[in-house]
Write a protein that binds this ligand. Structure first.
Ligand SMILES: Nc1ncnc2c1ncn2[C@@H]1O[C@H](COP(=O)(O)OP(=O)(O)OP(=O)(O)O)[C@@H](O)[C@H]1O
Ligand SMILES: [Mg+2]
Length: 244
């Protein structure tokens, strides 16, 4: 069964989708089977970041509303054969219940090692829908006060979900500023938010292939951490395919 991990933040634009897609790419490069599920129904862009937007016949909402089987809504990444995108292109006016989305993800769970769930910003219905589909959470923040304040709020709410594990990712870190003490260090942020730090992502000058930076050491390290942790904690292993 897949580890289902929601990537959330509170504040918008701090890098949830970037983290979700780059983490997924690195897990896939390690040979794990990964599905990225876009539960940001309003500003869905996982398929754009992954570069699969023109390949989808169906999407998550088709699967939820029974127009296709869950498997048919997946798009295999042309470059990484164990990476799949479950996009949500057709924004529906109708209410989509957490249970309906969970049924689709549960149907796919046995085929994957990881299901990464991209959540919308905020703490409204969309956030709760995404959180309730996951067993674990990753909270993304930046070192900026407004992002940290929202993350603090979200971390409190995440506790009520009693996730098996939660981790903090500090994104857009400028090491020069952290060294000079001009911004809080990732460790200080982790202490303030009372969440274990699992990754520090530097601010990159530019991303390759849209927002996928295949060479990112930080995302590679994060994928290795989760890959090894999975083996240790759950005794499972990804279907090892030759790394690219
Ligand atoms: N480490 C980074 N270095 C440089 N740019 C980054 C980094 N992380 C994210 N970005 C850029 O910041 C912008 C916002 O990122 P992203 O879309 O991932 O945020 P988000 O939290 O998913 O936003 P939303 O709340 O709207 O869904 C994008 O243009 C992305 O390329
Ligand atoms: Mg996003």
């Amino acid at each position: 069964m897949a580890r289902k991990i929601v990537i959330t933040s509170g504040k918008g634009g701090v890098g949830k989708t970037t983290v979700c897609c780059n983490f997924a790419v690195q897990l896939a490069r390690l040979g794990f089977r990964v599905a990225v599920c876009d539960l940001d129904f309003g500003l869905n862009n996982v398929d754009v970041v992954l570069g699969t937007e023109n390949l989808a016949l169906y999407d998550l909402l088709d699967a939820v509303e029974g127009r296709c089987r869950p498997k048919q809504a997946l798009v295999r990444h042309p470059r990484y054969p164990t990476l799949y995108c479950l996009a949500s292109n057709r924004v529906s006016e109708r209410y989509i219940s957490p249970q309906a989305v969970r049924l689709v993800l549960d149907a796919l769970s046995s085929q994957f090692d990881f299901v990464l769930i991209d959540s919308p910003a905020g703490i409204d219905e969309g956030f709760h829908r995404a959180a309730s589909c996951a067993d674990e959470a990753l909270l993304v923040t930046t070192p900026h006060i407004s992002a940290m304040r929202d993350a603090d709020r979200v971390s409190g709410i995440l506790k009520s979900y009693r996730f098996q594990a939660s981790g903090l990712i500090v994104n857009l870190v400028r090491k020069d500023l952290a060294r000079k003490g001009e911004i809080l260090s990732p460790d200080e942020i982790s202490t303030t938010l009372r969440m274990p730090l699992v990754a520090v992502i530097p601010e990159e000058d530019k991303f390759f292939l849209d927002n996928i930076s295949e060479r990112s050491r930080a995302f590679r390290t994060l994928a290795e951490l989760y890959g090894n942790e999975g083996k240790r904690k759950f005794g499972w292993f990804g279907r090892k395919e030759k790394s690219k």
